[in-house]
Ligand binder design. Structure first.
Ligand SMILES: C=CC1=C(C)c2cc3[nH]c(cc4nc(cc5[nH]c(cc1n2)c(C)c5CCC(=O)O)C(CCC(=O)O)=C4C)c(C)c3C=C
Ligand code: FE2
Ligand code: FE2
Length: 333
């Protein structure tokens, strides 16, 4: 056995979710998430008193109710965790065999299983080479860079470090665009109505982070443009918006809530929403889009509303992750 035969670790990484849908668990989760300087990049002496004095005393109760409503109570976890685990399980069933075996698992940036604990678990299984696949198609420092920070923070504590690779964003990758287009086509075909407009809603970002050079908005716009071209939908049929605004600062727009209200008020009766930036359904898609945004559309005069599922662990979703994974471990297996 040479070092080239040792197992290669492959970790799918997504954002994370609380351990339970109750206020103390959500508080712990939000404390970890929102104290990450990649997420809220205000000076610590300014932000931490706001976080601990206001946000963590008010938001956990409200968010816990929202998590309650989407929770997979039978297995005791949030949908993002369930879906990410299934993506890893389905990926592990694919044949990666070459010189070296591949061990597939998943990690969550916030909550558990953590990136550090999963890197350590792979090393305990003999992995000296580990590839991380952040499941964020569009690059943002708050997501992608934060995954890299957590991985390297884990490595900083090690004498003997594994070799590490971290997957690139894939916002314009034909494999991603094709998978999205197939998902949208299938989603639309399953509806009992034909939407006049399909809205592509991406998670937002503070405008200040974009102004400081984050390419996130440009990546989202490119995904939207390519998806429209793949589906043969013009800009007024496939619209673009940004959701999940957090805090009082300006976020990138147009906001999903504004676009949906404006569409309904201008006489659009049938609307479908897809969330191409989320690789797994989660609070932001199931509850925010599927419940809050649906209610808004109907309140403002809309009649038919559908939320299309994310790629999740669908055949297209797993085939996409496999393509990205093979690229990342090329030369190692
Ligand atoms: C898809 C990419 C994401 C980016 C970019 C992103 C940036 C970002 N998010 C917040 C604040 C919150 N986000 C929350 C939930 C959440 N965010 C993403 C993804 C991105 N966030 C996902 C997948 C989820 C859902 C997690 C789940 O458990 O299902 C939340 C928590 C929920 C709540 O309390 O409402 C907050 C808060 C900021 C500030 C930010 C960029 C600066
Ligand atoms: Fe978020
Ligand atoms: Fe939200």
């Amino acid at each position: 056995m040479t070092s080239l035969d040792t197992p290669v670790g492959l970790l799918l990484v997504n954002l994370g979710t609380p351990d339970a849908p109750d206020p103390p668990s959500v508080r712990r989760y939000l404390a970890q998430f929102l104290s990450d300087p990649r997420v809220v990049d205000l000076p610590r002496p300014l932000w931490l008193p706001i976080l601990y004095g206001i946000v963590l005393n008010t938001r956990p109760k409200k968010s816990a109710q929202a998590y309650q409503s989407i929770w997979n109570h039978d297995i005791g976890e949030g949908p993002l965790k369930t879906i990410t685990r299934r993506q890893a399980e389905r990926l592990a069933a694919r044949k990666f065999d070459g010189k070296a075996p591949v061990i597939v698992d998943y990690a969550l940036r916030y909550g558990s299983p953590s990136i550090a604990s999963q890197i350590e678990a792979l090393m305990a299984k003999g992995c000296e080479r580990i590839a991380l696949l952040p499941l964020y198609p569009q690059y943002a420092a708050s997501t992608n860079a934060s995954v890299a920070d957590a991985a390297f923070a884990a490595l900083m504590r090690m004498r003997r470090q594994p070799a590490l690779r971290i997957g690139a964003p894939y916002y314009d990758d034909p494999a991603y665009i094709d998978a999205l287009a197939a998902g949208v086509r299938r989603g639309l075909a399953a509806l009992d109505f034909e939407p006049e407009v399909v809205l592509a809603s991406f998670h937002g970002l503070p405008q200040a982070q974009v102004d400081r050079g984050d390419p996130y908005r440009q990546h989202c716009e490119e995904t939207w443009r390519l998806l429209g071209a793949a589906l043969g939908m013009a800009e007024d049929r496939l619209r673009l918006s940004f959701q999940s605004r957090f805090g009082p600062a300006k976020w990138i727009g147009p906001y999903t809530s504004d676009v949906v209200a404006e569409l309904a008020e201008s006489g659009v009766k049938r609307l479908a929403i897809v969330a191409p930036g989320f690789s797994a359904d989660c609070l932001e898609t199931i509850e925010e889009l599927g419940v809050e945004i649906r209610e808004l559309f109907l309140e403002k005069g809309g009649e038919k509303f559908a939320r299309l599922p994310c790629l999740n662990d669908s055949d297209e979703g797993v085939a996409l992750i496999e393509t990205l994974a093979r690229r990342e471990i090329a030369g190692w297996v």
